[in-house]
Design a protein around this ligand. Structure first.
Ligand SMILES: Cc1cc2nc3c(=O)[nH]c(=O)nc-3n(C[C@H](O)[C@H](O)[C@H](O)COP(=O)(O)O)c2cc1C
Length: 183
C-alpha cells in the first residue's frame, strides 16, 4: 500500500504531526509551500489571511514532490485558519482533483474546534474519509512531555487508519478476483 502525507504549515505545529505520522506509517511526504509567504501576524497580514479564507483565494504554491493521485491512502493536514483549512488547499484542489482515494484528515489549531475538518471533509467528499484527527498546537505546549503525548497519540491514530486501509484494500482485491475468476 502506498501512503502519502500531504500537508502545509506556517509555524511548524502541523509539520510536527505530519512528520510523526509519516515516520510511524512509513509514508512519503509532500509539503505544500506557498510562494508569497505571510510573514508575521500584524494587522495587515491577519486581514490578508482572513480575506484569502473568506474569498477562497488560491495563493501560488511551489511544485511539490509527490502526486497524491499515485497513492492508496493520503493523510492531509492543515493548520486551522479562521475556522477553515489553509487557503493553499484551494490552489491544490484546483490543480489536482482528488477522488476515489482513501483519505484521513488532520489539523492543528488554537482551540479544540473542528470546523476546519468539517470543511475539509466536504471538499473531499468524492473520496472515502477513514478518519479525522485534531490537536491543539503541539509544539507550543509548556511541557515537552505533553508535546510528546500529543504526537504519539497522532501517530497511533495514523497507524489505526493505515491498518484499516490495508484491510479494505485486501478485501477489494478479494472481491475483484471473485468477479474475474467467478468463485
Ligand atoms: C491567520 C491565522 C488564523 C487562525 N485562525 C484560527 C482559528 O480560527 N481557530 C483556531 O483554533 N486557530 C486558529 N489559528 C491558530 C493556528 O491554527 C494554530 O496555531 C496552528 O497550530 C498553526 O499551525 P502551523 O504551526 O502548522 O502553522 C490561526 C492562526 C493564524 C496564523
Amino acid at each position: 500500500m502506498k501512503v502519502l502525507v500531504l500537508y502545509t504549515t506556517v509555524d511548524g505545529n502541523t509539520e510536527a504531526v505530519a512528520e510523526r505520522i509519516s515516520e510511524k506509517v512509513g509514508a512519503d511526504v509532500s509539503k505544500i509551500v506557498r510562494v508569497n509567504k505571510i510573514r508575521g501576524y500584524g494587522l495587515i497580514n491577519k486581514l490578508r489571511a482572513r480575506f484569502e479564507v473568506m474569498f477562497n483565494r488560491r495563493p501560488g504554491i511551489f511544485p511539490f514532490k509527490w502526486d497524491p493521485r499515485d497513492y492508496d491512502l493520503i493523510f492531509i493536514g492543515t493548520p486551522v485558519w479562521y475556522d477553515s483549512y489553509n487557503p493553499v488547499f484551494n490552489t491544490l484542489f484546483e490543480v489536482i482533483k482528488i477522488y476515489d482515494r482513501k483519505i484521513a484528515l488532520f489539523s492543528t489549531g488554537e482551540t479544540e474546534d473542528q470546523k476546519a475538518l468539517d470543511k475539509f471533509s466536504k471538499k473531499l467528499q468524492d473520496s472515502v474519509i477513514l478518519g479525522r484527527y485534531h490537536c491543539v498546537e503541539p509544539i507550543w505546549e509548556d511541557e515537552d512531555l505533553e508535546t510528546e503525548r500529543i504526537l504519539t497519540e497522532a501517530a497511533d491514530w495514523a497507524q489505526g487508519i493505515a491498518d484499516q486501509a490495508e484491510k479494505m484494500i485486501e478485501q477489494e482485491e478479494f472481491e475483484r478476483r471473485k468477479t474475474i475468476y467467478k468463485f
